[in-house]
Design a protein around this ligand. Structure first.
Ligand SMILES: [Zn+2]
Ligand SMILES: [Zn+2]
Length: 420
């Protein structure tokens, strides 16, 4: 953080910070850094409290209750949606509204040893994607905003369940959270193990991939491995379907547009000398462009059927749609980028050159037509050994990066509301 150490400290004060207490803080760039830094211990405390009790998607009961208790203490009204989702709205003086989203769920990843004071207390589960940090940042933002007296417009806080699956953003949209108030933009962050703590990384345009799943069952006829002519062996057919579909990926799509098809499982047969009656393949296919997504969804069954037919076999193909491709609205992304640069300096704001084919259900909010943008917030610290990738048992967060998230969100909100 550059800057404002000698600035207007205690604008937020050490306590209390709730709306009903009438603490007066102006939402200005010059005080946001200082305010976010003052909130650092509280944000780290929230993160650790949530980290100790990880919960899977739509099971975030304790996490939701914790969020509600903090919001209540801040004097903010809130409501439950879709079971474990929580929405709070801070009303400002103007008609505009900006939404901010944090996902809440953990993963079935057993936590590696270490982390005195904030170990997962639930066997087999951990916050290995860092969503505990997202909730903590949003609660810190709630505290900062609750203490302001001149919010230029409204801010809606969306605490969203089940990002890791089956997806909580689309159910929240269906439950009407964007209907009242209607946000003009929605922003979010995801912590990043690929960037040093406090570094902000972002890109406008295509950002994340769709993640549809495919299941192909190749039906042959079992028999003796010594007499393949009396059977119909589905194993070489399955192998050929895999390789032919890789040809489709490299030959039928613009190579400048990322497309990936990966088969994660292949199962069939019971013994080395028995021809299996069937083989099952499951995989994921991902693109960042809707038209490529549709093309691949059409070509996978076509090619699988044609390859099978060439060898007298048949196939059953099921495709399930997952999250949509993620698109960061360029104008909103520019506001977030300039906000971040003003807070942490140009050298700590980097652009992400390419989209990721990881998927993110935040963009379901954007599917409604509301402009959305998500940035990456660095939480790595090689000096402290905090470098493990997301979803790994060793994943951890350097909490010193989290106040930067609070500050960037607050400044972005101020600029988005003022810019109306
Ligand atoms: Zn994840
Ligand atoms: Zn995540």
């Amino acid at each position: 953080m550059d800057g404002h150490g000698a600035g207007p400290r205690a604008m937020i004060g050490s306590h209390p910070r709730s709306r009903k207490d009438g603490v007066s803080v102006r939402l200005e760039t010059s005080v946001i850094n200082a305010a976010a830094n003052e909130l650092a211990p509280a944000v780290a405390g929230h993160r650790r409290a949530i980290h100790r009790h990880p919960e899977l998607g739509f099971g975030e009961h304790r996490t939701a209750a914790y969020i509600e208790s903090v919001l209540t203490r801040l004097g903010l009204s809130h409501r439950r949606v879709v079971g474990t989702g929580v929405v709070a709205v801070l009303e400002g003086r103007g008609p505009g509204c900006v939404g901010v989203r944090a996902d809440m769920d953990a993963l079935p990843v057993p936590e590696a040893p270490g982390r005195a004071g904030y170990r997962s207390e639930i066997e087999g589960l951990s916050h290995a994607c860092g969503h505990d940090g997202h909730v903590a940042v949003l609660l810190g933002l709630a505290e900062l905003l609750a203490a302001t007296h001149d919010l230029p417009g409204s801010v809606a806080l969306y605490f969203q369940p089940a990002e890791e699956g089956p997806g909580g953003a689309a159910p929240m949209v269906e439950a009407g959270v964007l209907d009242d108030p209607v946000p003009d933009a929605i922003i979010a962050l995801h912590v990043s193990s690929a960037h040093p703590a406090g570094v902000v990384a972002l890109r406008g345009g295509p950002a994340t991939g769709s993640d549809d799943t495919v299941r192909i069952t190749v039906h042959g006829m079992g028999g003796h491995a010594a007499h393949p002519d009396t059977a119909l062996d589905p194993v070489p057919v399955a192998a050929q379907i895999v390789t032919t579909l890789q040809h489709v990926v490299t030959r039928e799509f613009d190579p400048a547009h990322p497309v990936v098809l990966s088969f994660g499982t292949i199962h069939g047969g019971t013994r080395h000398n028995i021809i299996a009656p069937s083989v099952e393949l499951t995989g994921t296919f991902r693109t960042v462009h809707a038209r490529n997504r549709a093309l691949l969804a059409r070509r996978i069954p076509e090619v699988a059927r044609a390859v099978a037919a060439a060898h007298r076999a048949t196939v059953t193909v099921d495709c399930d749609r997952g999250y949509a491709p993620g698109f960061n609205d360029p104008a909103v992304t520019d506001v977030v980028a300039s906000s971040a640069r003003s807070l942490v300096g140009r050298e700590r704001v980097v652009s992400q050159p390419d989209p990721s084919l990881g998927a993110e259900d935040f963009y379901a909010f954007g599917q409604t037509g509301v402009p959305v943008s998500m940035f990456r917030l660095g939480v790595a610290n090689p000096g402290r050994g905090i470098v493990a990738p997301h979803h790994s048992p060793d994943f951890d967060i350097d909490e010193s990066g989290l106040p930067v998230g609070v500050a960037v969100l607050a400044e972005s909100i101020r600029r988005l509301l003022d810019g109306r």
